[in-house]
Design a protein around this ligand. Structure first.
Ligand code: ADP
Ligand code: ADP
Length: 221
């Protein structure tokens, strides 16, 4: 049976950081909608041009564009065994579309770790986030610094600060999360697959908690 895990939580909660740990641990692809959008912006595709106008304002990219993009990603063979989804779904319409896509693989959303942290912590994290140009590896200038300033430890590429991580855009992204994405908490809670994870703890502790919850879930299934 394939395993699909959806990481839910506000910007800065640690979804990307933890998704990479889980993907490596379970040998599953890490599917980050934000990373795919940024790659399309970098290479100048038509979809990237549309996405850019929303991302730069801290708005969500419209559902039809986002769903089509994820559908394309799911058409690749590496997704049949499962995936760690980071940043998708972000609206109830996207969650419904995901169910339909997974049904096609004979799968379903198995678990939704909901990672949270206080708003002031989210702001501090995003203000100090450094992202790697080549593969989206994530660092923090204080909480998870690279060995060499400005250089990715993993692939040696340049680290940059995302344009949408500036303070005024971050505040808006958090509001957008509350209005459009937070309804997914009850959506998945009602299905009995939501697992609350305290994201305001050291990175390794959050990973350990996640692994424990995932192992317990696997035993129950
Ligand atoms: P998200 O994908 O939810 O927006 P990230 O994983 O990109 O979050 O993390 C946001 C920033 O916070 C990054 O700079 C990351 O290094 C840092 N970070 C992630 N998890 C923690 C943690 N548990 N403690 C401190 N800093 C963290
Ligand atoms: P973060 O890691 O801080 O949560 P992401 O990298 O996931 O941010 O997303 C960056 C931006 O890309 C979002 O603010 C939004 O504009 C767009 N985006 C990413 N995923 C989605 C989605 N599922 N639906 C709509 N827009 C999205």
């Amino acid at each position: 049976m394939p395993i699909y895990i959806v990481l839910l939580g506000p910007p800065g909660a640690g979804k990307g950081t933890q998704a990479k740990v889980l993907a490596a641990e379970f040998g599953l692809p890490h599917i980050s909608s934000g990373d795919i959008f940024r790659e399309n912006i970098r290479t100048g595709t038509d979809m990237g041009k549309v996405a850019q106008t929303f991302i730069s304002k801290g708005e969500l990219v419209p559902d039809d564009v986002t769903i089509a993009m994820i559908q394309e990603r799911f058409s690749r063979p590496d997704c049949v065994a499962g995936a760690i989804l980071d940043g998708f779904p972000r609206t109830p319409a996207q969650a419904d579309a995901l169910d339909a896509m997974l049904k096609h693989f004979g799968g379903r959303v198995n678990l939704v770790p909901f990672i949270t942290a206080p708003t002031e912590v989210l702001i501090e994290r995003l203000a100090g986030r450094w992202t790697c140009r080549a593969a989206g590896h994530i660092f923090h200038e204080r909480f998870n610094p690279p060995q060499k300033t400005g250089v990715c430890d993993i692939d040696g590429s340049e680290l940059y600060q995302r344009d949408d991580d500036k303070a005024e855009t971050v505040m808006h992204r958090i509001e957008v999360y509350r209005e459009q994405t937070a309804p997914l908490i009850d959506y998945y809670k009602n299905r009995g697959i939501l697992a609350e994870i305290n994201g305001f703890a050291p990175i390794g502790d959050v990973s350990a908690h996640l692994m424990e919850v995932l192992k317990r879930q696997a035993e129950e299934e």
